[in-house]
Design a binder for this molecule. Sequence first.
Ligand SMILES: *Cc1c(COP(=O)(O)O)cnc(C)c1O
Length: 399
Amino acid sequence: MLKFPIYLDNHSTTQPDPRVVKVMLPFFTEIYGNASSSTNEFGWKAGAAVENARKQVSKLINSDSREIIFTSGATESINLAIKGTADAYSHKGNHIITVKTEHKAGLDSCKSLEKKGYAVTYLSVDKYGLIDLDELKNAITGKTILVSVMYANNEIGTIQHIEDIANICKEKGVLFHTDATQAVGKIALDVSKLNIDLLSFSAHKMHGPKGVGALYIKNKSLKIKITPQTDGGEQEKDLRAGTLNVPGIVGFGKACEIALNEMDSEISRIKNLRDTMYNGIISQLDEVYLNGHPDKRLVNNLNLSFKYVNSDALMMSMKEIALSTGSACSSGSMETSHVLNAINISEDLRHSAVRFGLGRFNNDEEIQYTIHKVVEKVNYLRKISPAYQMAKKGVYAEP
Ligand SMILES: *Cc1c(COP(=O)(O)O)cnc(C)c1O
């Protein structure tokens, strides 16, 4: 049974899993204690629930639970990782390396450091969105504090060579942070086997609640120093002051537990739906271009440019399908997405890009409906497009 609207914007946020909502509810109604209050039963119960969630979260990435710091989301984790290490290691140097296609949380953290006198290298990417490992190696200097490269891109789905990048950083003796917000729960990830020092992720991108996330901080022989970016309390090992969001953290824990248990079957199911959608569209429409890497991409991501079609017009013509144009952040402004700019596709294809983000609750019927609608609307919008008419006349007018 088809229900409208159809939600295909799972890179922006996801529907909380009902199982997640269920475990959160008692922490609003009965167990509302402050997890840091050790003086009463309300506090003990809340504190125990937080520690249980910390175990669930750490299990998903195979870390130790003591390596997990709870935050208000990936944005805060990323700020803490980048600004916190920049502050703590300013005696060592003033140089940070990141990538042009990062999420704004990373890019803006770096911009704010630049205003304070830090130097930032923004690595470029190839047409698939991948960085060049030699360019990274050459960019690292004696003054480099941190390299920050996202695991998987939220617009075009490209998955970086994270293992190689982490190894390069390890060899060169610089810290490595990855924004894994889109990857956690969709890619099996074992931080105990990877040279990742810091990793940011968020509950609401994996069917958990909004407003809660985590920063993984590797706890090896070498203790990583981070200067807290909020003052006011001793929570989370003095790294993140403020009363813990207990219901959110409990929900995050459950979302991680579900993701771990169901990841294998979910990945293949979602990939099938995504591939069905892609094949259904390109078998019926010409001049459709895939943005991002053909294989090294998130299973739930499909970013397509429909030549001669304006992406806003296409979205408005099928409002019963919830989608995003190239970038959620720059929609509403005429600026094209910084990610599509970085992979250097032509100007008209940037304005024709639509991002389909699939998730746990999508089904085949929704995908079939979407294929049908996209084909119908693209055909219609092309029919009334002067540019399309001219191009096709140019082709068919040949004697
Ligand atoms: C959504 C997202 C963020 C921001 O996460 P919040 O939890 O909403 O702060 C950061 N990075 C990537 C790649 C994202 O997709």
